[in-house]
Design a protein around this ligand. Structure first.
Ligand code: G3P
Length: 216
């Protein structure tokens, strides 16, 4: 399973990248706004800065919701760096735009996916990645992980090549469960990635080893 970090924060991206286990970055308009990035030039410069930090796929989301505007915006985003993946919302014009990008050699990440039907459409349009929002499904009283399992099953029996990118990850258990369910990629906040490190017996064991090392 590939590991992406889900943030627009350069310091967090750098910290995760220094672990040596990072395969890419996902952003969205909310995450970019959180970093105070405003205006077309600043947005492009920020994506370029992320691409310079991480040698992996970097999702940059279109802000338009109409087909022609999405295509124009996506072309500009893709021109920033070869590692840019154009993130497109799961709407009717979004599916048309994903098909256009697929036919024109631009890689895509279909975002805001909450059902198997949406996942089938994204795959049919040729999306490189599809992003089911696990945490938000859980928030609404359903089981986000069930959707990952269902998508894995459908994609496998149908031979769809689209990669399942588990998004809206909220904790370390989500990452473990997404791996178990067969997600190809997990995009996570830094805290959730670091959460995988934690176990009290590791801390207790290390303290004892360091104490005993003084007797060596
Ligand atoms: O990037 C999309 C997704 O990961 C958002 O997560 O926590 O806002 O539901 P969240």
């Amino acid at each position: 399973m590939k590991f992406f970090i889900d943030t627009g924060n350069l310091a967090q991206i750098k910290e995760a990248n220094e672990l040596g286990i990072l395969d890419g970055v996902t952003t969205n308009p909310s995450l970019m706004a959180k970093e105070g990035i405003k205006g077309e030039e600043a947005i492009a410069a920020h994506y370029k800065a992320i691409c310079d930090l991480v040698d992996g796929d970097i999702s940059a989301e279109v802000l338009s919701t109409e087909f022609s505007a999405m295509v124009e915006e996506g072309k500009k985003l893709a021109a920033i760096h070869p590692n840019i993946v154009v993130k497109v919302p799961m709407i009717k014009d979004g599916i048309k735009a994903i098909k256009w990008f697929t036919d024109n050699g631009i890689r895509t990440n279909c975002t805001l996916v909450f059902s198997a039907g949406q996942a089938i459409l994204a795959a049919k349009a040729g999306a490189t990645y599809v992003s089911p929002f696990i945490g938000r499904i859980d928030d609404s009283g359903w089981d986000g992980m069930e959707l990952i399992g269902q998508m894995r099953h459908i994609y496998d029996i149908q031979g769809f090549k689209t990669e399942i990118l588990a998004a809206s990850i909220r904790n370390a258990l989500h990452i473990i469960k997404a791996a178990e369910a067969g997600a190809d990629v997990c995009t996570c906040p830094l805290d959730s990635i670091l959460g995988l490190l934690k176990h009290p017996l590791t801390d207790i064991g290390l303290a004892k080893f360091l104490e005993d090392a003084k007797k060596m």
